[in-house]
Design a protein around this ligand. Structure first.
Ligand SMILES: Cc1cc2nc3c(=O)[nH]c(=O)nc-3n(C[C@H](O)[C@H](O)[C@H](O)COP(=O)(O)OP(=O)(O)OC[C@H]3O[C@@H](n4cnc5c(N)ncnc54)[C@H](O)[C@@H]3O)c2cc1C
Length: 382
């Protein structure tokens, strides 16, 4: 189903992106998954073709397009696989917007062109070993000392964590602030800064080609010019940007559910049991009909929210609803689709196995299902 925000130009954009992915991504994706890495050359190829941060202003090397084109990118990258989409969409449409929205002219000149070309890969470090959902409980501190901050702490589960050239680090510049979130600021930490180490690459059960790592800061001297936005406003900036982040994750889950259903419909039509295609059993038909219904509902909702997000509406409640419901729906679809593949679904060579492994994290990252429900409850004045 087409979103109302999609025009002929979007379809041309999609066509040229698909052409590139058919040549440069699909044939190599299994290898990338096995090697647990997307080569940097693919990032720069995406950049050369205008497929990283296409919304960035032309002054900084971008195409100056709006978020609707990012949505096309998000969908097509997710169709290849979540390992590819998670890191690249985070780079393009979650982290880079912080630089564009909060950065000074000097900061934008310094980082945005590299984000567009793929020469600079970025990350965002919120989560710590002791604090995930409870963001205000982070322990990483940045103490002001003349013209720089001294940064100490540790981040974990960071997407692009081991490959990032710079990371936006969420830290406390005022650890005594009450309430605690008022003491939070955003610092850009760059590769090569003394005391900044990339920790180990984390071994995940899914999204194998996606990079997830730790960031360690030991007395890192971060120049004050690397403060993003105003000191003490970090939590507020994060809350503002999480609407887009959660819409992106919900959209990725939607695409996953659509892809899983598509490959399962193909499979049940071709697989025979008791002298007929398994698609002829009423149970198969009912399961598929149920999934197709839920997937259609999800698609309608995502398209509607995307159009409203592009119009600049405040959709914190609705996006939280989409994030939890569509990610949980995609998990149900994954389990059902794998089951309909019988034993073959459990074999790595079948695409459904990979998508089944990849999907559960989507109801955890960018805010868990329970956190989404607490936001919705708050918005309902409960
Ligand atoms: C592959 C991957 C990539 C990630 N990428 C990034 C990244 O790029 N940057 C980043 O900063 N983080 C990233 N994360 C971290 C992710 O955002 C956190 O894992 C997530 O926010 C949950 O935090 P936690 O793991 O500490 O779980 P916890 O907060 O410890 O939660 C554990 C359980 O308790 C529940 N819970 C917690 N609080 C409540 C509550 N108030 N009410 C009810 N239930 C509650 C949760 O829902 C969950 O089920 C990533 C994680 C993964 C796995």
């Amino acid at each position: 189903m087409k979103g109302t925000f999609l025009t002929e130009e979007h379809e041309l954009f999609r066509k040229s992106l698909r052409k590139m992915l058919d040549k440069e991504a699909y044939p190599f994706y299994e290898k990338w998954e096995a090697e647990r890495e997307i080569p940097r050359s693919f990032w720069t190829k995406m950049g050369e073709n205008g497929f990283l941060c296409p919304w960035v202003d032309e002054t900084y090397g971008g195409l100056g397009l709006d978020f609707s084109y990012s949505m096309v990118l998000i969908e097509e990258l997710e169709r290849v696989g979540q390992g590819l989409a998670s890191g690249m969409c985070l780079h393009s449409d979650i982290v880079s917007p912080y630089i564009a929205e909060l950065g000074t002219e000097e900061q934008k000149q310094r980082w945005l062109p590299g984000c567009v070309s793929g020469e600079l890969i970025n990350a965002i470090g919120m989560t710590e070993p002791g604090a995930g959902s409870d963001l205000a409980g982070i322990k990483t501190t940045a103490r002001r000392n003349g013209d720089h901050y001294i940064l100490n702490g540790e981040k974990t589960f960071i997407t692009n964590g081991t490959i990032a050239d710079f990371a936006i680090v969420v830290c406390k510049t005022d650890p005594t602030a009450q309430p605690a979130h008022r003491g939070i600021s955003l610092l850009v930490v760059e590769k090569g800064m003394e005391g900044f180490k990339h920790g180990k690459k984390l071994d995940k059960i899914g999204i194998h080609s996606g990079d997830t790592g730790e960031l360690i800061f030991e007395d890192v001297k971060v120049p004050v010019e690397n403060l993003l936005g105003e000191e003490g406003k970090g939590f507020y900036y994060l809350m503002q940007n999480l609407q887009q982040e959660r819409l992106i994750v919900a959209s990725q889950c939607q695409v996953e559910a659509e892809e899983m259903l598509r490959i399962t419909i193909d499979y049940v039509k071709s697989r025979k049991a008791f002298g007929q295609s398994i698609s002829k059993f009423q149970n198969t038909q009912f399961k598929i009909a149920e999934m197709a219904t839920e997937i259609d509902i999800g698609r309608t909702y995502i398209n509607q929210l995307t159009a409203r997000h592009i119009d600049g509406e405040d959709l914190v409640k609705e996006v939280s609803m989409a994030k939890w419901w569509i990610s949980e729906m995609a998990k149900r679809v994954a389990a059902e689709c794998l089951h309909l593949h019988g034993g073959y679904g459990y074999m790595e060579e079948y695409e459904i196995a990979r998508r089944y492994r990849d999907i559960p994290v989507a109801s955890i990252y960018a805010g868990t299902t329970e956190i989404m429900k607490t936001i919705i409850a708050k918005k309902l004045d409960l």
